[in-house]
Write a protein that binds this ligand. Structure first.
Ligand SMILES: [Zn+2]
Length: 479
């Protein structure tokens, strides 16, 4: 049987344009989707991205902008799709939670969970942070304020529906024990286990009077489904959980991406919901790091250290930004976004190492009219040495360690440049020269294939110029 794999990012809130935290998540998911499409064929990979359009925060932002919430999210959806297009995100689907297919899917999950006896009604009074779209506990507050938003939460009292999350505590802890590599990096496992041990039943609806923008609770028009609960269901709805079960069974469980602040929702609450509706737990949860400003501080308007991915795109182009964020920034730990580092790493790896080797080889072959053919190597030892690097990169792609894979590709190219340097083809002629260039050409084709998931547009251009053997500067040095 052919293997199938499903990747999904979280759905960012549709109350603003993408920031670097969204960018790294979309880029990472895109790179793996591209890698596995190449390995298993595009029919066997499904890649979902989208936006979360319900909830108080979206409603408030829309009202502040003097817009109808649907019109507001429609405009934002266009901007997010434009972001995806600019950065060559190869998503198979763009999910929107204000659309009817999502409403149906979310209500289906609710109904299943209700039938299981996992939903009950009770009066609840708590401290609600609109920024977080969740109730906070006194102990979580810093000086009476939400630690994430620096705003005092509002005391809200409502009769709401609750989800029996606590029922699944033991089951989730067992799952985590059985599958210790569920979360990547594994350093997050202990944190997740703590979340699970502490998890209590959660409120999963709001009074419609307080929140008129959302999905109606099945059988109770006075309540709308809590935004987290409805949004999380997208991961399985998109595969046809409430319709085409065949497709769902082919692709689920999938690989999910999230940021560190989302671990509790994706790793604990969502897994409890899956258990409730009888679906398998997520296959893997890949938790990327936080990206701080160049000063090492959390990005904020007041500090003036915000880096916008769209500004970076205008300044450097998609692949240079992708390369920096995927190959240079660590895949899993917190880091700072520094333009100086972006420029330097581009020059070192793409201009001097990769671009330089392409130029050298194509220059020498075209000068002598040598026709190079891929998969034609004249030195089995050389080929084997190349393949060691190739296999190392493949292993890291498949182990979801992008920056390590990128390092392997760079080492392959360094090996190629050294090979040219040591063998001095410019001093040679005829068959001898042709052999050296053919070997380097073989290496360049392998490196180009491996780079495709990270820098798709440049890799496609490289492939073309390698095939046509034309001299073209692909990676002009940046100043
Ligand atoms: Zn908050």
């Amino acid at each position: 049987m052919t293997e199938k794999i499903y990747f999904t990012t979280t759905l960012p809130y549709a109350n603003s344009v993408p920031h670097v935290g969204h960018a790294i998540e979309f880029f990472q998911a895109d790179a793996y989707a591209r890698y596995f499409r190449k390995k298993w064929g595009s029919d066997n990979v499904f890649f979902n991205v989208g936006i979360d359009e319900n909830g108080q925060k979206v409603l408030t932002t829309a009202r502040d902008a003097g817009k109808d919430p649907q019109a507001f999210v429609d405009e934002l959806a266009v901007q997010w799709k434009d972001f995806c297009a600019k950065f060559s995100i190869s998503n198979d689907y763009f999910y929107r939670t204000s659309q009817s297919y999502h409403h149906e899917g979310a209500r289906y999950v609710w109904t299943l969970s209700d039938q299981k006896g996992d939903i009950y009604k009770k009066n609840y009074s708590g401290l609600y942070c609109v920024g977080c779209e969740s109730f906070l506990l006194e102990k979580d507050l810093v000086d009476g304020k939400c630690p994430h938003h620096g705003v005092e939460p509002q005391r809200q009292s409502e009769e709401n529906y609750f989800f029996r999350l606590s029922k699944y505590r033991e089951r989730l802890l067992e799952d985590l024990q059985k599958n210790p590599h569920f979360v990547q990096p594994s350093s997050k496992t202990a944190e997740l286990a703590n979340f699970i041990r502490e998890m209590d039943d959660i409120s999963i609806s709001r009074n419609r009077q307080n929140l008129p923008w959302g999905i109606e609770v099945p059988g109770d028009p006075s309540q709308v489904i809590y935004v987290w609960f409805d949004a999380l269901t997208n991961y399985i709805n998109v595969l046809g959980f409430h319709g085409d079960k065949k497709r769902f069974n082919e692709f689920w469980p999938g690989v999910q991406f999230c940021g560190p602040d989302n671990l509790r929702f994706q790793g604990a609450i969502w897994q409890g919901m899956l258990a409730s509706v009888g679906a398998a737990p997520t296959k893997k949860l890949l938790v990327h790091g936080m990206i701080f400003g160049p000063d090492g501080q959390k990005m904020s308007k007041s500090l003036g250290n915000v880096v916008s991915p769209l500004d970076q795109y205008d300044k450097f182009g998609a692949d240079t930004v992708r390369f920096y964020m995927l190959a240079v920034l660590p895949t899993y730990s917190d880091c700072s976004y520094k333009e100086t580092e972006l420029v330097e790493s581009y020059n070192v790896h793409l201009a001097n190492n990769y671009g330089n080797l392409i130029s050298r080889v194509l220059h020498m072959s075209s000068t002598d009219g040598i026709h190079l053919e891929d998969h034609r190597t004249f030195d089995p030892l050389f080929a084997e040495k190349c393949m060691e690097h190739v296999r190392a990169a493949q292993k890291n792609y498949e182990g979801f360690d992008l920056s390590a894979a990128a390092k392997n590709i760079s080492e392959l190219l360094t090996y190629g440049n050294k090979y040219i340097h040591d063998n001095e083809p410019w001093k040679k002629t005829g068959v001898e020269k042709e052999k050296i260039l053919s070997n380097a050409y073989f290496l360049l084709n392998r490196a180009t294939e491996l780079y495709e998931p990270i820098i798709p547009d440049k890799a496609r251009q490289a492939k073309t110029i390698l095939q046509k053997q034309v001299k073209e500067i692909l990676f002009p040095r940046l100043k």
